[in-house]
Design a protein around this ligand. Structure first.
Ligand code: GLY
Length: 371
């Protein structure tokens, strides 16, 4: 199916690019990508889940543009040195030149890894993101954060390297397992919570139909989220200030992901949703917002059938002290101090340093006791 295509321009001067959003973009990938090419060939890196489902469609969509492809194992474990090195060596063996274009075709893991490979290959080649998960379409494919994980923590090795184009084909979301769709929805909710109460109202009304497959609702949710992200990235590309708001829920999330071994006990987007609920709980505890705000956040997550409590994470979790120690590995630590994104209400998030850790501990202890 091919329908309306929205274009969100990310105005970053020499690094500006478009994010194209709509159903059927993979079918017209050749038309979309051709203006970027010096010669009619691209190197595509995907994963072993997306490849069998969508690589033939991409090959057909590229038309007379020649395509070589590498499929890496699916999953977070791919986002480390061994697969990164394999990807870079493969791109070199495929004789990808400085003016060529690399395509990242997959979810957040592929986008981050391939983006980083493109950043360092021959000191930087252009790359196109074709995100195939909701999480990647609304967050990780836009804004240029690329990288891999270290034994010391997530995303600790990387580069800021903006894509030359992003093609978010809404139709591919139809092949996502409901759990993966809902995990990505955690990042969509984040946008409403951090800066747009009216969007959160819209999500309360239309989130369920988006989850059930309504393409128009999906398109609106993705386009609105990407527009919000683009405006923030334009104002603060290197995260000197405002961009940190996009990390709402992430300080808690990264600790929970580390505590669950980055396994499928907790997907990243699920951790973001739980982290947003905890960030609002913490804000309320600190007297920053009314009790109504965290209650509304949790009510919406529950109505969507999403994880929103620590009790929703299967298996054992460490105690509050250990979770706080895991937070200390976060990139958002400044001068050894944790940085939280807190909120004065829905749509009113701000960056907070120097949060009283005794209150954080209480919030975590109570959340753990609720398990
Ligand atoms: N995912 C957060 C950011 O791009 O800044």
């Amino acid at each position: 199916m091919s329908g309306r295509i929205d274009t969100v321009h990310v105005a970053l001067g020499a690094r500006a690019y478009d994010v194209r959003i709509g159903a059927g973009l993979i079918q017209r990938a050749g038309e979309e990508i051709r203006p970027l090419l010096r010669r009619p060939r691209v190197a595509v890196i995907t994963d072993e889940t997306v490849g069998p489902l969508h690589l033939d469609a991409l090959r057909a969509g590229l038309g007379d543009i020649a395509m070589t492809a590498l499929a890496l194992p699916a999953g977070e474990a791919t986002k480390g040195w061994p697969e990164f090195s394999r990807a870079v060596e493969w791109l070199l063996s495929e004789k990808v030149e400085r003016k060529d274009v690399v395509v990242a075709f997959g979810g957040g893991v592929i986008g981050d890894l391939v983006g980083f490979a493109s950043a360092v290959l021959r000191r930087g080649v252009r790359f196109v993101q074709i995100p195939t998960t909701l999480l990647a379409q609304v967050d990780s494919s836009v804004g240029g954060k690329t990288g891999i994980n270290s034994a010391h923590g997530k995303n600790l090795i990387g580069a800021l390297h903006q894509p030359a184009l992003v093609l978010a084909d809404i139709e591919v979301l139809g092949t996502l397992a409901p759990r993966d769709f809902l995990a990505g929805y955690g990042e969509v909710v984040k946008y409403g919570l951090l800066g747009d109460a009216a969007f959160f109202d819209w999500l309360e009304a239309h989130g369920p139909s988006a989850a059930q497959g309504d393409l128009a609702a999906r398109q609106h949710a993705v386009t609105h989220s990407v527009t919000m992200k683009a405006r923030i990235v334009e104002r603060d590309e290197t995260e000197e200030g405002e961009r940190a708001l996009l990390n709402l829920g992430h300080t808690f999330c990264h600790a929970l992901e580390a505590a669950t071994g980055y396994s499928d006990r907790l997907l990243h987007g699920e951790g973001v949703a739980i982290g947003c609920a905890l960030a609002f709980e913490l804000s309320q505890r600190l007297g920053l917002c009314s009790q109504e705000a965290p209650s509304r956040v949790r009510a919406h997550l529950k109505a969507m059938g999403m994880k929103c409590d620590l009790a929703d994470i299967p298996g054992e979790l460490p105690g509050a002290e250990r979770l706080i120690a895991l937070m200390g590995q976060d990139k958002k630590v400044v001068d050894g101090r944790l940085r939280f994104i807190l909120a004065r209400g829905i749509g009113e998030a701000f960056v907070a340093d120097g949060v009283d850790m005794a209150v954080v501990r209480t919030v975590l202890e109570e959340a753990l006791a609720g398990r």
